[in-house]
Design a protein around this ligand. Sequence first.
Ligand SMILES: Nc1nc2c(ncn2[C@@H]2O[C@H](COP(=O)(O)OP(=O)(O)OP(=O)(O)O)[C@@H](O)[C@H]2O)c(=O)[nH]1
Length: 292
Amino acid sequence: MTIQWFPGHMAKARRQVQENLKLVDIIFELIDARLPISSRNPMIDEVIHQKPRLLILNKADMADESETRKWVQYFADKGQTAVAINSFEGKGLQSVTKAAKEILAEKWERMKSRGMKPRAIRAMIVGIPNVGKSTLINRLAKKNIAKTGNMPGVTKAQQWIKVGNEIELLDTPGILWPKFEDQEVGLKLAITGAIKDAVTNMEDIAVYGLKFLSIHYPNRLEERFGITSVSEDLVETFDHIGKLRRVFGQGGEIEYDKVAELIIRDVRDQHFGKLSFDLVDEQLEKETIQEK
Ligand SMILES: Nc1nc2c(ncn2[C@@H]2O[C@H](COP(=O)(O)OP(=O)(O)OP(=O)(O)O)[C@@H](O)[C@H]2O)c(=O)[nH]1
């Protein structure tokens, strides 16, 4: 689904999240495990004030496992609980319930000590488009409830979905916009297919992917395309891949747009294995520079 995020739509989405915020004890912020920074809403902290939050790194089945472990630790170091799951196959769902209970344990204890009866934890999922919100709701509910493609601003009666005895989940997820004004973030969202409709052209996305692989995963690039670096002259690299994979037009010429599509497809279909495009070390480096 494509949402054109005009300022009016952003305000509406934000308002909708903020209205539902009042109904819940905790926010489940869904992010893409391959992009734990780039797939977060840039204004999340402003949209969600003073609510306990659990970060859920979804699509962990597609991310570099060692990187995901480092991300969970990165967030822990900042005092934020994060869990990695695969909603598609329903893996790691228990960790969501467990972490939510731990985050709210003190509050629940306080309520009990005041003589209040313990009740289910009320939660709402928020995240950018296509991050897997509906898939997770359906997995937690163990049935098909959430229609994929809820548009912000479309109001309907809210329902609570029971997740075991311990959690009640709002059936409508909050959709927030990504950081599309940052070009590199746009490229990362595009190369992973995190956002289907590319903000930039296919060749730019493919070149970004190749360069990223040559720096961070050169062995995998060599295995698939027989190169470890991308030449200054990009035509040379595209020619090489085009010939290797026989991407010829009718006159025998190499079709560069098809080569670009092939590279992107290879990344998305995991022919380079599990990949993470936001890397903890790079993020820490950025933060050190910002602090100076
Ligand atoms: N591999 C993998 N794919 C997933 C996972 N979770 C969701 N998907 C896929 O990601 C795509 C988007 O999932 P949705 O549940 O529709 O995402 P959404 O956040 O509800 O999307 P919007 O309705 O656009 O806001 C679908 O093709 C899902 O099958 C996961 O953990 N692993």
